[in-house]
Design a protein around this ligand. Structure first.
Ligand code: PMP
Ligand code: GLN
Length: 383
């Protein structure tokens, strides 16, 4: 057995969702909306299943979806990508990230990863024979630490993985941090694998800046996106990976043996969705920001110190000052068992030097769901 995988715990997202199902709890853990998603996009998919082509689509993805991805990024970010040589469709961002790491990292290569980090990166880096080098981001701002990054780089360092907007910290990185990282990538000849699944889920007028658009990064960035987060259809698992042709050619080789293709009906519907008018995306942001504000106001009123949420579906509270004398993990266990609200302990996003006082709540839920969760949470602080 491969110990890298055999020794892993079950992913915290599944553990908490299973606990929520078993205990009939409100699930503010795993990040997904509790509405069915845009009707027009689902109708496109249904029509494509009934009346469209349901055999293997082309390995790189339907041309219409690859063109829609290129057009979407040109429109939203001013990034010019060639749909045929620089865009590939994958079965979710998870596949895009796995394929990117397996295709690029060679045994002994060092890969910089920022903690808190999404849980799928490190096991795959290790499976590729790579060595993750952890950098720690600090609450409450979680900014990229230039000195620590420079100090971590050795002649073996080849890649950096950046998640922006950052799950779970809910930060949208400013241009300054991205330019700094871009300069470092160029100075030390690093390729950045950039997980941008939350690119459309940004609030308060913020704009997501893709790393690939930073000067000098066009040829050394792998940009990963996901329709799941763009349209609130997290179960669809339609992802995209964009990179300069010499990189994408290699990623096509891993993709062809991981999943090979992605359901064509969903690709047709996502291509349609990407062309929706700006108002759709702006309205989605406004509605999510409203839910964020509702949960934030409720949590603050209960006395939870709430960290800022600039993007993603998530809001974090820092338990440190509450004097509860328990870790985030213990708090989340108690919360789901005794009060039937599931949340995610942020320590699960660390491999070493864990931050153990922060708990993540997902707010992409109906008002009534958030209100009921707040009611239950009020009993936690009252005890
Ligand atoms: N990266 C991050 C940061 C995520 O939050 C998620 C899931 N929400 C993924 C990757 C996986 O995306 P997908 O469901 O498209 O595989
Ligand atoms: N990205 C989702 C989250 O952070 C979970 C996805 C998953 O369950 N793997 O909650």
């Amino acid at each position: 057995m491969n110990r890298i995988f055999a020794d892993l715990p079950n992913t915290i997202f599944d553990v908490m969702s299973q606990a929520a199902r078993d205990l009939n709890a409100i699930n503010l853990g795993q990040g997904f909306p509790d509405d069915p998603g845009p009707l027009d996009i689902r109708e496109k998919a249904a029509d494509a299943v009934l009346n469209g082509y349901n055999q293997y689509p082309s390995m790189m993805g339907l041309p219409e979806l690859r063109q829609a991805v290129a057009a979407h990024y040109a429109h939203w970010h001013g990034v010019q990508l060639d749909a045929m040589s620089e865009v590939m469709v994958t079965s979710g961002a998870t596949e895009a990230l796995t394929g990117s790491i397996l295709g690029l990292v060679e045994p002994g290569d060092e890969v910089l990863v920022f903690q808190p980090m999404y849980d799928c990166y490190v096991p795959i880096i290790r499976a590729a024979g790579g060595v993750p080098k952890f950098l720690r981001l600090e609450p409450p701002d979680w900014r990229l630490p230039e000195e620590a990054i420079r100090a971590a780089i050795t002649p073996k360092t080849k890649y950096v993985i950046l998640n922006n907007p950052l799950n779970p910290a809910a930060v949208v990185y400013p241009r300054e941090d991205l330019e700094m990282l871009g300069r470092i990538c160029q100075e030390f000849d690093l390729i950045a694998i950039c997980d941008e699944v939350w690119e459309h889920v940004v609030f308060d007028g913020r704009a997501h800046i893709p790393l690939i658009a930073i000067p000098g990064m066009r040829e050394r960035t792998v940009k990963v996106g996901s329709a799941g987060k763009m349209f609130g259809l997290t179960g669809w698992k339609v992802g995209f990976v964009c990179a300069a042709p010499p990189i994408l050619r290699v990623l096509a080789k891993t993709h062809q043996f991981i999943t090979f293709t992605t359901p064509p009906s969903l690709q047709v519907a996502v291509a349609y969705g990407l062309g929706k008018p700006d108002e759709y995306f702006l309205q989605m942001r406004a509605e999510l920001a409203r839910s964020r504000d509702r949960l934030r106001a409720g949590l603050s009123a209960l006395g939870f110190p709430v960290l800022q949420s600039q993007g993603t579906y998530f809001l974090n509270v820092d338990l440190a000052s509450l004097g509860l004398n328990e870790t985030d993990e213990a708090f989340c266990k108690r919360l789901v068992h005794d009060h039937r609200v599931a949340a995610i302990p942020v320590s699960a996003f660390y491999e070493e030097n864990h931050v153990t006082s922060v708990v993540r709540f997902c707010f992409s839920k109906k008002d009534a769901t958030l209100d009921e969760a707040l009611e239950r949470l009020s009993r936690v602080v009252r005890k």
